[in-house]
Each structure stands twice: as structure tokens, then as C-alpha cells.
Design a binder for this molecule. Structure first.
Ligand SMILES: *Cc1c(COP(=O)(O)O)cnc(C)c1O
Length: 396
């Protein structure tokens, strides 16, 4: 089969076809290679593989055919040169930092990022001499002022978790490049189906494959996509030595997930729009955070940068934590879980779950109030989801 690459084919075709290499069995669906190691025809071939003189598999900590199919497919969809699969979204971020930075280097990061990423930067990478300055996602002056001669990476998520704030990727890419820094975008909330950060100037794209790429809440995994000049030596070198590698079984699940990503994201966007508009009309709700609403501060930017608004809707209740917990406990259809990007709708209280490790001060700085609830809107009927929320609100 010829190479299905994004120069010639649409992203939707790449999502179904890229990266597949048929075995002599001529299977139509990609096989799972559950093999920890690979054999050589003779000792000389083994030596050539280990010396890097000859391409080919050695050991699944380094490369695995199923993982490679996933990597090539996701790289084609994002429009990046090379993708490396990792054991989780967090290990994708850890691998990016450990492979590209050294003691003394500095990161400027949005403060509105996944709570565990804040802990990784603040509590773990800091032990190895890496420092991080956190800035407000849309305060471009603060980003510029935070850059020092030691800064190597600018890191952000857009839309952010859980408030769906949107940053101008192009503007931050220009700032990064003017200062010899790399712009790293965690593209978890949009996926390549809705947003292509490389087209806007990003250097590295990160994924938690656990979320929309899987799409049905089954496996943990992650990915890093970037230019070969960075990925081949530094990032791959770290992965094969330190070992945060993706499981081939999980890679196969993500591969199947990518095949339906486009239509799933469309359904998530449509359903979330309906739920967000309904929530905006409720008396108990003081604010709804969703880029598809005209009340969203970056609604216009979202329309130029994203091809859809995504599936995450956050809203604030007037009654604080007490009301939020009562609403959550009063739902029946939503799953009470911190995961997102699933066909099953989920509901969570960020202040006491995903963001509980932040101090009260950090939480209030990023706008995560006690009355805030985050929904990941799935594929159930929106009538049923709205009825469920209506009953739960009435019970507060
Ligand atoms: C979940 C998540 C991560 C971490 O991914 P894991 O697969 O749970 O390790 C990173 N960034 C964002 C935006 C996430 O939602």
C-alpha cells in the first residue's frame, strides 16, 4: 500500500489509512504486535540494528509496529514530521521537557493548564534545576515579560482546562521564535480534527491520547509530535533509554479511535453547543464557559483558529460548593469521573478533583471557583442530558 500522507490526502483519509503496512497475511484491519522483542536473521544483522546502521525493530521499548502505525497516522493528521507515542499524556510532557531541557533552563507556561502538569513543573522538574514561570493564558505582555535568556519552552493548552479560555497560537509562536524558544501546544481538547497548531506556528504538539483520541475511555497513553531534527535524536533517545513507551495494545485502541475521531468530534461539538446554550438560560447558573457562545471572550478568535468549539462545557452555580456537589449527585446519566473526551458524558467538580492539588490562591488566580462544574459532553441524546441536568438543578 502506498504511503497515505497529508500532502496528498485529506485529514479524514489520513485518519483511516495513514501508517498502515500490511503483513503477508493481507489483513484489512491493523494487527496488534504484542511482542516485546524482535528477532534477527543472524548475528551480523543484530549488530547492525544495535549500531543503528540498519533500520528495523529491536525491542518494543524503542519501536513496535503497532505503535509506529499509530504514530505515523497521528503525525499525518497533525501535519507534523514525526510522532512518538508515550505511556500517558503526562509522560509525553515529561519526555518533552527531560529530552529538550537541561538544569538551569526555564519554561514559561500558561497557568490555565491541566492540574497535574502544574505539579510536574513545580514539584518534580524543579528538583532537576528546571524553573517555570506561570502567566495568564491571554496576557500576551505577561508572556513576553516572563521570558529570560534561559527560557527554552513556552507551554500552553488552548482551549484551557476547565474554563475553555483560548490563546492566539500564532501570536505566541511568533513570540517564542523571536526569543529562540519552542512553542509547545497541548492539543488535547481540540485534537487535529478541530485545530492544527503546526499551521499556526507551533513547534511541538502534545496529546493525552487517553481523552478524545481513544474516545471511549479505555486506555492511558500520550504522544509528542514535532520536527525530525528534535524528535529523532533527543526525544526518541530519551524514550528508548528512559522507557516511557506506549503499549502496543493501547496503540491499537488509539488507532481505531483515530479512525472515528472526525465524526466523533463533530458530534461532541454539536451536543456541547446545545447543552451550553441551555445552561446559559438557567437561573441557578451564573456563568457558562464555552467557546461556541457569543458571550465567550474569545468567541471570534475560536472561529478563526478552531473548526469547532469542542465538547467541554464549564459553568458556575450561584450556590458554591454545596450547590455544585448537590447538582453532581443529582445527575443520573452523567458519569461522576474526572476523565473527559469519552462518548459517555462526564461531570466533575474541578476545585476538589482535577485541581485539588493547587493552593486556594492558585485556584482563585485561574478562576476555578467552588461553584464551578465541568462537563465533558458525550454522545447520549441531548434531550436526556438536559432533562438530567434540569432535575439535578431543581434538587439543589
Ligand atoms: C488528561 C490530560 C493530560 C494528562 O494525560 P494523561 O493521559 O492522564 O497522563 C494532559 N493534558 C491535558 C489537557 C489533559 O486533559
Amino acid at each position: 500500500m502506498g504511503k497515505i500522507n497529508p500532502d496528498k490526502y485529506d485529514i479524514q483519509t489520513c485518519s483511516v489509512r495513514s501508517g498502515q503496512v500490511r503483513t503477508p497475511e493481507n489483513e484489512n484491519s491493523e494487527p496488534i504486535f504484542l511482542s516485546s522483542s524482535f528477532v534477527f536473521n543472524d548475528a551480523a544483522e543484530a549488530a547492525a540494528r544495535f549500531a543503528g546502521d540498519e533500520p528495523g525493530n529491536i525491542y518494543s521499548r524503542f519501536t513496535n509496529p503497532t505503535v509506529r502505525t499509530f504514530e505515523e497516522r497521528l503525525a499525518a493528521m497533525e501535519g507534523g514530521e514525526r510522532c512518538i507515542g508515550t505511556s500517558s499524556g503526562m509522560s509525553a510532557i515529561m519526555t518533552t521537557c527531560m529530552s529538550l531541557l537541561k538544569a538551569g533552563d526555564h519554561i514559561v507556561s500558561s497557568k490555565s493548564i491541566f492540574g497535574t502538569t502544574v505539579s510536574l513543573f513545580d514539584n518534580i522538574l524543579s528538583k532537576f534545576g528546571l524553573s517555570t514561570t506561570f502567566v495568564a493564558l491571554t496576557d500576551y505582555e505577561a508572556w513576553a515579560n516572563a521570558i529570560t535568556p534561559e527560557t527554552r519552552l513556552l507551554f500552553l493548552e488552548t482551549p484551557s482546562n476547565p474554563l475553555a479560555e483560548i490563546a492566539d497560537i500564532k501570536r505566541l509562536a511568533d513570540l517564542a521564535h523571536d526569543n529562540d524558544c519552542l512553542l509547545v501546544v497541548d492539543n488535547c481538547f481540540c485534537t487535529p480534527a478541530l485545530q492544527l497548531p503546526f499551521k499556526l506556528g507551533a513547534d511541538i504538539v502534545i496529546h493525552s491520547a487517553t481523552k478524545y483520541l481513544d474516545g471511549q475511555g479505555r486506555c492511558i497513553g500520550g504522544a509528542i509530535i514535532g520536527p525530525e531534527a528534535i524528535m529523532n535524536e533527543e526525544v526518541f533517545g530519551f524514550l528508548r533509554t528512559a522507557g516511557p513507551s506506549m503499549s502496543p495494545f493501547n496503540a491499537w485502541v488509539f488507532l481505531k479511535g483515530l479512525e472515528t475521531l472526525g465524526i466523533r468530534m463533530q458530534a461532541h461539538c454539536q451536543n456541547a453547543q446545545i447543552v451550553a446554550e441551555w445552561l446559559e438560560g438557567q437561573k441557578a447558573v451564573s456563568k457558562v464557559h464555552f467557546p461556541g457562545l457569543t458571550s465567550h471572550p474569545q468567541h471570534e478568535l475560536s472561529k478563526t483558529q478552531q473548526s469547532g468549539s469542542g465538547g467541554i462545557v464549564s459553568f458556575e452555580l450561584k450556590g458554591g460548593r454545596d450547590a455544585a456537589w448537590k447538582l453532581i449527585d443529582g445527575t443520573n446519566v452523567f458519569s461522576i469521573t474526572a476523565n473527559l473526551g469519552d462518548v459517555k458524558s462526564t461531570i466533575t467538580h474541578p476545585a476538589t478533583t482535577t485541581h485539588h492539588r493547587l493552593s486556594d490562591e492558585q485556584r482563585s488566580e485561574v478562576g476555578i471557583s467552588e461553584g464551578l462544574i465541568r462537563l465533558s459532553v458525550g454522545h447520549e441524546s441531548t434531550d436526556d442530558l438536559i432533562n438530567d441536568l434540569e432535575t439535578a438543578i431543581a434538587g439543589i
